[in-house]
Design a protein around this ligand. Structure first.
Ligand SMILES: [Zn+2]
Ligand SMILES: [Zn+2]
Length: 138
């Protein structure tokens, strides 16, 4: 595709970090979202996007009473973009190939803790979408 802003044949800036939001409630329910943007490498216009949501329950039993010094928190520790090209073969195995489809995605590592210091959980979320399934931004 051509970038409508700078009119160059668009290459995507794959270094742009996905936008991630993440939160945790008092019962250990983590929810978050990832917005993946493919922006033009020349002029930075946002050309395509994909949006993912995730949730996960961590075992936070006995950490729900704030009056006893518990307070859950979560933060991301690493956010990475992923990209691969290829296809799924006859046995559904992944085959890398430049002639296959391109998939863009993200891996989000996050860390949940409790103020009491006795909860320490690392989790990660990954998502992926076929390049042609991303939504075009006008
Ligand atoms: Zn451009
Ligand atoms: Zn606690």
């Amino acid at each position: 595709m051509r970038c409508p802003s700078c009119n160059k044949f668009a290459a995507f800036n794959l270094d742009a970090e996905p936008e991630v939001e993440i939160e945790i409630d008092t019962e250990g329910h983590v929810s978050g979202s990832v917005r993946l943007v493919n922006a033009c490498v020349d002029c930075d216009s946002e050309l395509k996007e994909a949006y993912f949501e995730f949730d996960c329950d961590i075992n936070a039993e006995n950490h729900d009473d704030e009056e006893k010094g518990h307070e859950l928190g979560v933060e991301t520790t690493n956010i990475e973009r992923t990209m691969r090209s290829g296809y799924y073969g006859k046995k559904k195995e992944w085959v890398d190939s430049r002639h296959g489809r391109t998939y863009y995605g993200a891996v989000v590592d996050y860390h949940a803790t409790c103020l009491c210091g006795e909860l320490d959980v690392d989790q990660s979320f990954s998502c992926e979408i076929g390049a042609s399934d991303m939504e075009e931004l006008k």
